[in-house]
Design a protein around this ligand. Structure first.
Ligand SMILES: NC(=O)c1ccc[n+]([C@@H]2O[C@H](COP(=O)([O-])OP(=O)(O)OC[C@H]3O[C@@H](n4cnc5c(N)ncnc54)[C@H](OP(=O)(O)O)[C@@H]3O)[C@@H](O)[C@H]2O)c1
Length: 330
């Protein structure tokens, strides 16, 4: 099979595209013909070695996939050849990745793709929608009628957070960096969309939500806690999920006096049972056309190194080169 893989960690140029032996599915695995996979920032951290993961070389890069089952192991129930599936959490914790024509994936990580949802849509939504679900439902426990502020509503995670927060019945205030991206965030249903480059966010959010926001979701690697705590309502919750190296100052007094709570999590550590629970809602929302993660562009497998470079320059270098997901077609 054709695959995008590395034989050691390093820059995007370490990614080779070439033939590897077809994987054989284990007893609890399904063999998936991958039709689409999405690039996520974590793919680039694993490839570069910034996150130390156990890697079996040649290591196929990538977490997300959507495609069609071609074979199943003897102990697999409920999945069969010909079924369309999507999933995430591959290319991690010793598991091989998804950027290949074929991927052998434990059946517990695979979810049926609804009939009217394309492989591109399912792959784009995979990791980021599960992340948004875990953060909003399990961590922040966002309730209908509450107000959430999403800093960075146009990105992969942010676009899923905005849409899922609306689906959960919340009022959403979100930010984006350009007029086109603010229009996009408004099209996700955000009630108020702000320019993070120009506006005094604390003052504007106070005007839009005089009692403060119940949840503050930070997509940025260097949160401004003074601003976040100033925006939070009494008993407000803040969600952190980026910035491993980040060590910002923290306004302890204002935070505890308001009775706020801080939630941090890493999606890939959520077990398959929890991710499957998220997939039920995600599938229902995708099938209804109510959850669509934007696709920036579609590239062939040969462009995986270019895609890693683009994702890195955008998410880490803050170039803004990418809006939504980069989809690779093996
Ligand atoms: N913990 C987890 O489980 C988990 C899961 C997924 C991702 N992550 C992490 O979450 C982060 C975001 O991932 P992603 O895939 O959503 O990245 P992304 O698609 O590159 O999105 C980045 C977002 O940041 C916004 N942004 C850039 N500069 C900003 C600023 N100064 N203030 C506010 N917003 C700004 C961008 O807005 P514009 O494009 O409008 O400028 C865009 O919405 C990454 O660090 C990633 O590693 C963590």
């Amino acid at each position: 099979m054709k695959a995008a893989y590395i034989t050691r960690t390093g820059p995007p140029a370490e990614i080779a595209v070439g033939d590897l032996p077809d994987p054989a599915p284990g007893p609890r695995q399904a063999l998936v013909r991958v039709k689409a996979c999405a690039v996520n920032p974590i793919d680039t951290y694993i490839r570069s070695g910034a996150i130390a993961m156990p890697l079996v070389y040649p290591f196929v890069v990538g977490c997300d996939l959507a495609g069609e089952i071609v074979a199943v192991g003897a102990e697999v129930d409920g999945l069969a050849p010909g079924m369309r599936v999507w999933g995430s959490n591959q290319g991690l914790l010793g598991r091989q990745g998804t950027f290949a024509e074929l991927a052998a994936v434990d059946a517990r990580w695979l979810f049926r793709t609804p009939p009217d949802v394309t492989d591109h849509e399912a792959a784009a939504a995979a990791l980021v929608s599960i992340t948004a679900h875990l953060g909003l439902v399990d961590n922040a426990m966002l309730r209908s009628g509450e107000t959430i502020f999403v800093n960075g509503g146009s990105g992969g995670v942010g676009s899923a957070v905005v849409q899922i927060a609306k689906l959960l019945g919340a009022r959403v205030i979100a930010t984006a960096g350009t007029p086109e991206r603010r229009e996009l965030v408004a099209s996700f249903g955000a009630d108020v969309v702000l320019d993070y480059r120009r506006e005094d966010l604390v003052a504007t959010v106070r005007d839009a939500a005089p009692g403060g926001v119940h949840v503050y979701w930070e997509t940025q690697r260097d949160p401004r806690f003074d601003d976040a705590v100033a925006m939070l309502a009494e008993g407000g919750r803040m969600v952190l999920m980026a910035g491993r190296e980040s060590r910002p100052a923290f306004p302890v007094g204002p935070f505890y006096v308001k009775g706020c709570r801080l939630h941090g999590f890493a999606m890939f550590k959520a077990d398959a049972h929890r991710q499957a629970a998220a997939s039920v809602d995600i599938n229902r929302w995708m099938a209804a056309g109510a959850l669509r993660v934007p696709v920036d562009r579609v590239l062939p497998l040969e462009c995986t190194a270019e895609a890693h470079h683009l994702q890195e320059s955008s998410t880490v270098g803050l170039s803004g080169a990418v809006c939504g997901k980069l989809i690779i077609e093996p």
